[in-house]
Design a protein around this ligand. Structure first.
Ligand code: KG4
Length: 332
């Protein structure tokens, strides 16, 4: 079965082609340059850019897969969560193609894509269900129990900022470019993570929820004692990153213990972070937990993961009706 997957939930226009669950082509157009001057994604600019990009990106995915629309057996498209204007561009485009070419359509939850994106790693051992999934991106920080390719239960989520949002907002107040995560990670390489003890919001001994907004405010307050040119940027970045990593790792391991699960899988843009990967790896080894993380290209937003989720959803539930709509807030 040849699957065309489309993803436009935020600021990346992406299309991919899969033969069942095997990736054939994967194309993405980033809008980082457009949003960088504003220090974050501007929703209207994102939608307009999707409108420009969607057709060429889908064409390119088909061209790289040496195929055409009349060979496509299924279209999988992100329905939400995300920016409504962005979602509508990809969703309307997918629905129009499905109508014109009489192709079955499945709407996919972006988070299910992140939960399953690890299956795009072709050369490695793959995780077995059930597993604990930590999804950490610019829009979400949540822990799920993944019981199968289509059954996910929410165990905990952020009460305010997502982990990626905390990286991006902290980077902005440190005058680093958007998206801030990779810039903070890079500065942190030569900083001392123990130089500042930023607060960790545990929210109670057994809580699997997150809160990152206080951390960002602590960084702001800490910086106030310095004039702008004297701020110990590298140490602050390393200490901030360590505070985020500590909470993500410990709560995910707690979730595994509480549910008697011995496999942890990461997903979402923040799982590109090398310090997060290393600490998870070390802690999981110590706890006897198997640990999996997608290749960096599949951590950040991409259409390939929507294709994987689409393949399994269609295999089990068949196509969606043509009267579905997009949604901005998570339904999972
Ligand atoms: O999954 P993603 O591409 O988009 C959303 O669905 O939001 O994630 C983007 C987020 C941004 O907040 C970005 O700063 C963060 O992932 N990110 C990182 C790193 N690379 C990307 N955060 C920390 N360290 C990184 N190396």
């Amino acid at each position: 079965m040849l699957i065309l997957a489309i993803e436009t939930s935020c600021d990346d226009t992406a299309a991919a082609l899969l033969e069942n669950d095997a990736l054939v082509s994967n194309v993405l157009s980033s809008q980082d340059e457009i949003h960088t001057p504003f220090g974050g994604v501007v929703p209207e600019l994102a939608s307009r850019q999707h409108l420009k990009n969607i057709e060429p990106i889908v064409r390119e995915a088909l061209r790289r897969g040496k195929t055409d629309l009349d060979k496509i057996d299924l279209i999988a498209v992100t329905r939400g969560p995300g920016l409504t204007g962005s979602l509508l561009v990809g969703f309307s485009f997918a629905r129009a193609l499905a109508h014109v070419y009489s192709i079955p359509l499945v709407g996919i939850d972006h988070l299910s894509g992140h939960i399953l994106s690890v299956f795009l790693n072709r050369n490695e051992k793959q995780p077995l269900f059930p597993y604990i999934s930590l999804v950490v991106s610019g829009g979400t920080s949540a822990i799920y129990l993944a019981e199968s390719f289509t059954k996910f239960s929410l165990l905990g989520r952020t009460r305010d900022d997502a982990a990626g949002e905390a990286f991006d907002k902290t980077a902005k107040l440190l005058n680093l470019p958007y998206p801030g995560g990779p810039h903070i990670a890079e500065k942190a390489l030569t900083g001392n993570p123990k130089s500042v003890t930023f607060p960790r919001a545990w929210l109670g001994k057994d809580s699997l929820d997150f809160s990152f907004s206080g951390l960002k405010t602590s960084v702001l307050n800490y910086c106030r004692q310095y004039s702008e040119d004297k701020i110990p940027l590298h140490d602050i970045c390393a200490s901030f990153q360590e505070a985020v990593v500590d909470v993500l790792v410990e709560k995910t391991i707690l979730a595994a213990g509480k549910n008697g699960i011995n496999t942890i899988v990461l997903g979402g843009g923040v799982s590109c972070n090398n310090r997060l990967r290393r600490v998870f790896d070390e802690r999981c080894r110590k706890e006897g937990i198997s640990f999996f993380v997608p290749e960096p290209a599949y951590c950040t937003d991409n259409a390939a993961m929507i294709g994987i989720a689409g393949y399994h959803k269609y295999r089990i539930y068949g196509p969606d009706g043509m009267d579905e709509d997009v949604y901005s807030r998570s339904l999972m």
